[in-house]
Design a protein around this ligand. Structure first.
Ligand SMILES: Cc1ncc(COP(=O)(O)O)c(C=O)c1O
Length: 409
């Protein structure tokens, strides 16, 4: 990938951002974040869903605050995410809590903070929730997460709706849990949830999920258990290389048609990647060049601890020099300083000649980028910056070497 002009994020050049905030650096465009949310809302305008931003994709408080101000709620998976959501100004009645392993403390916190619903994923979790609700004398809002055994044809590590996955419960168990919850004085049955995976570029699996979900809604209605909401999770894919972006207009049609028999039912969505992936770029400086008899390497200062997706999933992110370079393009491996051969940002990339000090941009890093970063190899985590027009704001300071040992005794 090459660019003809110096790379800019909104009104600021990538190089000026690195000069000011250091490297490696995550940079997010506010316009892009808002653009995605608006596009999704527009596609679904007939049904006006509650869009619960899946904070796991990028939990930075400022990112969440932008989503909250634009009317989104949050899909959370831990007590930490609940605190972050509330700190970012998310209204609790717009927060849904998913996850197979919510602890008693987390369930209690969620009840006390009055989240919209808890997406319950097992019989034992339902029992634990009921016990806590009884102790707190507070009725718990419950949705059951259905595992519909659908293959979304994405990377095996990010499928979540198949029988071999740990998520949700299969239909017979879901029916049992709905019936049980509906007879408890401490549980209030609210809805059904179904999240089948991530980076899904096809609407077909959602069509199957919709059929599974509406089947449950119908059967429950026949037994006098009326659900108020249907949550189809997230999973909308984006284009990293040559995948097609998820056709949200077509998805909106499918889900709107599926829920047509229940006009009062609230539709919920939990997109993460779709909202934030494109908005983020990881900027990194070239440290060294080297070659073996078989490969040419550019060693950069970002590593798998900063962006784990290539190492974890073999994910492909576009990479380009921030300043146009001339000269014949050559295949290079862009690798980080970590002591693992899996520590790469891109392999066999055709790039013009780059030199130490050059800034490279790793695109589409806004989702599951910083969020999955670690201090592996005792490397301080990168800083995060938000750009709005020609203004840049530091939204997470770079960690220092002191931060690496801060909690050790
Ligand atoms: C329950 C749930 N909802 C939403 C999401 C967000 O998925 P995505 O970022 O693919 O939209 C996930 C991701 O793992 C999830 O587990």
């Amino acid at each position: 990938m090459t660019n003809k002009k110096n790379l800019r994020i909104e009104g600021l050049s990538a190089e000026s951002l690195v000069a000011r905030f250091g490297s490696p650096l995550y940079v997010y465009s506010k316009a892009s974040l808002l653009g995605r949310l608006t596009a999704l809302k527009r596609a679904f305008s007939k049904r006006e869903p509650l869009i619960c931003y899946a904070m796991k994709a990028n939990p930075n408080r400022e990112v969440c605050r932008i989503m909250a101000r634009a009317g989104a709620g949050a899909d959370i998976v831990s007590g930490g995410e609940l605190l972050r959501a509330l700190a970012a100004g998310m209204r609790p009645e717009r927060v849904v809590f998913s996850g197979v392993g919510k602890t008693a403390d987390e369930l209690e916190l969620a009840l006390k903070r009055r989240v919209l619903t808890l997406n319950v994923e097992s019989s034992e979790e339902l029992d634990a929730l009921e016990r806590i609700a009884r102790r707190l004398k507070r009725k718990a809002p419950v949705s059951i997460r259905l595992n519909p055994d659908i293959d979304p044809k994405t990377h095996p590590h990010i499928t979540t709706g198949r029988s071999e996955n740990k998520f949700g419960v299969e239909r017979p168990e879901a029916m049992r849990l709905f019936r049980k919850a509906s007879t408890s004085p401490w549980l209030r049955v609210q809805g059904i949830q179904c999240h089948i995976g991530s980076q899904i570029t096809d609407t077909r699996p959602y069509g199957l999920a919709a059929r599974a979900v509406t089947g449950v809604i119908k059967e429950l209605a026949g037994e006098g258990i009326a659900l108020e909401m249907a949550d189809f999770g997230g999973g909308l894919g984006v284009t990293y290389q040559n995948e097609r972006e998820h056709p949200v207009g077509a998805l909106a049609k499918i889900l709107t048609a599926a829920l047509a028999p229940w006009p009062a039912m609230r539709l919920l969505l939990e997109p993460g990647r779709y909202l934030v992936a494109d908005a983020g770029i990881l900027l990194t400086r070239v440290l060294y060049r080297k070659s073996t008899s078989r490969r040419r390497f550019l060693i950069v200062d970002a590593a798998m601890n900063d962006l784990g997706r290539p190492a974890l999933y073999g994910a492909w992110h576009p990479i380009a020099p921030a300043r146009p370079r001339t000269g014949p393009r050559q295949a290079v491996d862009i690798v980080g300083p970590i002591c693992e051969s899996g520590d790469f940002m891109g392999r066999d990339r055709l790039l013009p000649p780059c030199e130490p000090g050059d800034v490279l941009a790793i695109f589409k890093a806004g989702a599951y980028g910083f969020a999955m970063s670690s201090q592996y190899n005792s490397r301080p985590r990168a800083a995060e910056v938000l750009v709005e027009g020609s203004r840049a704001k530091l939204i997470r300071r770079r960690e220092t070497l002191k931060d690496i040992v801060r909690n050790e005794l």
